[in-house]
Write a protein that binds this ligand. Structure first.
Ligand code: NAD
Length: 253
């Protein structure tokens, strides 16, 4: 196995939740990590933790759905940390509503952040991967890709990311680049806390209801997903590409 020291990873939406845990894990694995989120100052908390643990890290503010900001962010990472050859497309939002109440803005926001964001980031970063003849892209899908009431926008985006993953795997494989997707089940983060609030359920009750449906009988935590990312971006996973790994405490697919 090659030591990842010197390799540079970008994790989007890394100010908190799954992205923050993934940034910390990749830094511990030896990658230099760009912690990208909407607001550079919110990324600072993740950055400080990584610095304290002895990692090399950079906070970058950018909206992944904005082509100009994405190009500028990737250029800044390349200049300040080195050419990025690992990309984790994790940034995400929800705008849940039943179809008859879903607004155009609910639809566009979710599709723009998840799908357009992953497209813009991957297009900008792949040139560094091609130049290095090595790269790893991991896209965050969801069990919601299989259908989830109130999430027509989100499930369409997350299912779309699975097709996007498989196509990039076919196009980029010859350059030493693998592209895979992780579909988490229920993970305790601010995103799921907001869902509990929206449906007016007490958090403890909301968690217990979900855990009752999970074969391993516990809720997921961000580190569960970070662990799977760590595998996909490792050298040893170089023959695994175009896959969707459900990390949900049970099959779900
Ligand atoms: P979270 O809401 O805690 O964190 C998401 C982060 O993305 C935030 O820091 C936010 O600022 C950032 N972000 C949002 N829009 C952005 C944009 N346009 N540009 C840059 N950054 C942006 O969410 P989380 O629970 O940690 O989820 C992370 C990913 O995992 C998301 O893609 C989500 O859809 C997916 N996921 C989460 C769960 C879960 O149960 N939590 C389950 C399946 C999939």
């Amino acid at each position: 196995m090659t030591d990842p020291t010197g390799r540079v990873a970008i994790v989007t939406g890394a100010a908190r939740g799954i992205g923050a845990a993934t940034a910390r894990r990749l830094a511990a694995d030896g990658f230099a990590v760009a912690v990208l989120d909407l607001d550079e100052s919110t990324a600072k908390e993740t950055v400080n933790g990584i610095v304290a643990a002895g990692g090399r890290v950079l906070a970058v503010g950018a909206d992944v759905s904005d082509a100009g900001q994405v190009e500028a962010a990737v250029a800044r990472v390349a200049a300040e940390l080195g050419a990025p050859t690992v990309l984790v497309n994790n940034a995400g939002v929800t705008r849940d509503n039943l179809l008859f109440k879903m607004t155009d803005a609910d639809w566009d926001t979710v599709l723009n952040v998840h799908l357009r964001g992953a497209f813009l980031m991957s297009r900008a970063v792949q040139r560094h991967m091609v130049a290095a003849s090595w790269g790893r892209i991991v896209n965050l899908s969801s069990t919601s890709a299989l259908g989830n009431r109130g999430q027509a926008n989100y499930s369409a985006a997350k299912a779309g990311l699975q097709g996007f993953t498989k196509t990039l795997a076919i196009e980029l494989g010859r350059f030493g680049i693998t592209v895979n997707s992780i579909a988490p089940g229920f993970i305790q983060t601010d995103m799921t806390r907001a869902t509990a609030q929206r449906v007016g359920q007490d958090w403890e009750r909301f968690v217990a209801d979900r855990v009752a449906q999970i074969p391993v009988a516990r809720a997921g935590v961000p580190a569960d997903i970070a662990h799977a990312v760590s595998f996909f971006v490792s050298d040893g996973a170089g023959f695994v590409s175009g896959q969707v790994l459900y990390v949900a405490g049970g099959p779900r697919a």
